[in-house]
Design a protein around this ligand. Structure first.
Ligand code: SF4
Length: 354
């Protein structure tokens, strides 16, 4: 038997006993549900995704529901999952599927890849899992399994290494039971061939795994060489009015960029004078400012040190507030889609009112 057939057979045998078969997107499997789960699972673990997925499909049961939702509604249901460009692409993709394909996802990798936010691996997963046709996937879990199994050198983000991994993934993908196979290799990466402390003793591929045989599992896949991430600093302005201390000012972020389209606290640069920013942008005078403990938040390319400034305003705005500003109270706070560190600061603000 060919090595590639042995690989798939061993993996499927393991999947029949140990694979995950009760994930919410494996029930009532449709292209819409598979697509949603695949996008949510990018850079996010299964346990985190499950409650988001369940809430999301309850609120948007079909691609039509998602396409006709407002951006605010979509961002609100995504808030906390991070990597918000995914949510914007998700919304744009739903609209395109409805307009261009009358609500039916195309069943080819090539056509799926032309939709917003769908890359080659996500397209492969949709075709294999929703349409049960042979298609190849190569997400982070699969890259790790294959890089170790064949001891592939080089950082998987490099084009040449990616090419080798895709070729390997293609050669191992069977023609039958493709939906189970794709789930099996993702499950093996997530539960056995884990990033740290892989469970090689429990692995169905152990007998032929190069990295395990040579005792060099931790060297694969190679990490990207990079210097430590820079730290940026920002001040968030937790503005409230002395007369209405149970309300805090929120501001909608521009549609693109960091936290694009989400509600957040007004921000200013550490070099700016908060009183001037508040007066010029929002038309209020400042009565008192108190600085709270800073919090750290990490993005892919930098860390952000967030300095919360609790600011008591005096009187009413002298100019008309911008339409992107809203006053939020503790009851309504959950109705705003906010990034998680901002949500935590806003909750802390309301807790101190008790
Ligand atoms: S033997 Fe270990 S390193 Fe090799 S594929 Fe299995 S879990 Fe991964």
């Amino acid at each position: 038997m060919k090595q590639s057939s042995i690989f798939a057979r061993q993996l499927l045998k393991w999947f029949d006993v140990h694979g995950r078969k009760n994930l919410p997107w494996q029930q009532d499997r449709s292209a819409y549900r598979v697509w949603l789960s695949e996008v949510m699972l990018q850079q996010t673990q299964v346990a985190t995704v499950i409650p988001y997925f369940e809430r999301f499909v309850k609120h948007f049961p079909t691609v039509w529901d998602l396409a006709s939702a407002t951006t605010d509604e979509v961002m609100r249901h995504w808030a906390g999952l991070g990597y918000y460009a995914r949510a914007r692409n998700l919304h744009a993709c739903a609209r395109q599927v409805c307009q261009q394909y009358v609500g039916e996802f195309p069943d080819s990798v090539e056509l799926l890849q032309q939709l917003p936010g769908i890359g080659r691996s996500t397209a492969g997963a949709i075709v294999a899992q929703a349409f049960h046709r042979r298609a190849v996937i190569l997400d982070g879990n699969v890259k790790r399994v294959l890089a170790r199994y064949r001891a592939i050198s080089g950082w998987p983000g490099k084009v040449a290494v990616q090419r080798s991994l895709w070729a390997l993934a293609d050669s191992f993908t069977p023609t039958e039971r493709v939906a189970d196979y794709t789930q099996a290799i993702m499950d093996l990466g997530a539960t056995v061939c884990r990033r740290s402390r892989p469970l090689c003793d429990q692995c169905p591929l152990r007998t032929d795994c190069y990295a395990a045989a040579r005792g060099v599992v931790e060297h694969f896949p190679e990490k990207k060489q990079r210097s430590s991430l820079p730290v940026r600093e920002t001040c968030v302005l937790m503005c409230y009015q002395a007369e209405k201390p149970q309300h805090i000012m929120l501001e909608k972020r521009p549609p693109t960029g960091i936290w694009g389209g989400l509600w957040s606290l007004p921000q200013c640069e550490p070099v700016q004078v908060p009183e001037d920013v508040i007066a010029s942008k929002y038309g209020y005078q400042v009565r008192a400012i108190e600085e709270a403990e800073p919090v750290m938040h990490s993005f892919t390319h930098f860390h952000m040190r967030i300095r919360p400034l609790r600011i008591q305003l005096s009187g009413a705005a002298s100019t008309v507030a911008e339409s992107s500003v809203s006053w939020c109270n503790a009851v309504k706070a959950n109705a705003y889609g906010m990034p998680s560190p901002i949500q935590a600061l806003v909750s802390q603000f309301f807790e101190t009112l008790d």
